[in-house]
Design a protein around this ligand. Sequence first.
Ligand SMILES: O=C(O)CCC(=O)C(=O)O
Ligand SMILES: [Fe+2]
Length: 361
Amino acid sequence: MNFNLNFFKKMKSFQLANESSPLSLTPQFILPEHKRPHLSEVTSLDSIPIIDLSYIDENPCSSLEVAHKISKACEEFGFFQIVNHGVPEQICNKMMKAIDDLFELPAEQRDILFSTDHAKNIKLVNYYLQVEGGEKVKMWSECFSHPWYPIHDVIQLLPENFGAQYREAFTEYAKEIDALVRRLLSLLSIGLGLEDDYLLKKLGEQPRLRAQANFYPPCPDPELTLGLLDHTDSNALTVLLQSQVSGLQVNKDGKWISVPSIPNAFVINLADQIQVLSNGRYKSVNHRVVTNKARSRVSMAMFYGPNPDTIIGPIQELIDEEHPPRYRNYRFSEFLEEFFNQQGTRRMIKEVFELPFNQAV
Ligand SMILES: O=C(O)CCC(=O)C(=O)O
Ligand SMILES: [Fe+2]
């Protein structure tokens, strides 16, 4: 993937869609001390596992072995990278190019997509931290959030001369990711000792599919701000494609570890709904994005979530005397409501559905 051509243009100035002047590190972007990244404390001693999926194609019996590797990664890190996943490189490159071009559009053209209304289905967002006392601190990023399906509605809102390119790239990409997610859900089900179609069925027909294209411009002082604040994903499973520039960090046992950018790999992370379904065995962990001085960074997150009517709770087969249910059952729409109520504030959503220790559902 080669983004060098755009590099110098972006270095000059990036303007957020809702701002009237080029981005600069003004106080509205500066995080309070305890929320800053403290980059010297980030460890490079540990890293998330890299799992090769090609074995499965060569020998179907090895599915079990791969499922166990994934299972271990989900228990220990909640994150892993996959290589030899079968998604054609040129489809990924085309997607990244379309995202790059989207954020190349002049701010006035992007502005029509900008919204602060969380209920809006398709929007360009500049996330923020709501500091106690009411003040907002803006993140050093701009994100395009839209449904994964149907793509037609998304495209209608994009500038005319640009929409076709994004639609073509996204349509091809989403088809591949859909197939990949099915494979991953099957491996995750096997890893939990369940039938291979268990999680797919459990998440329901017409799952909630959302995509988020993220853009992080270069930042004059990466110690003072973040591209994305620490959070867990609220869906079930996330497939992330990142450009050559790294920036994603994952929290393990209280320490931040960086996720290197590996060519032709996807980063997979377990999100809140699978943590609940697995009764806490698989972890939905905090992650964040740090900025860097030299280069802009692009990523595409594909969020696969349950149908909003699906009842989520610990899977019966995973509950026994030793593993009493840790969460109460809820409808996914209830979880989403809590998510929107907490947006920008404390982001402790699954905790609301936790059961006191040892209490039955
Ligand atoms: O840009 C990244 O690497 C991560 C993005 C992310 O965590 C998200 O969109 O939820
Ligand atoms: Fe995330």
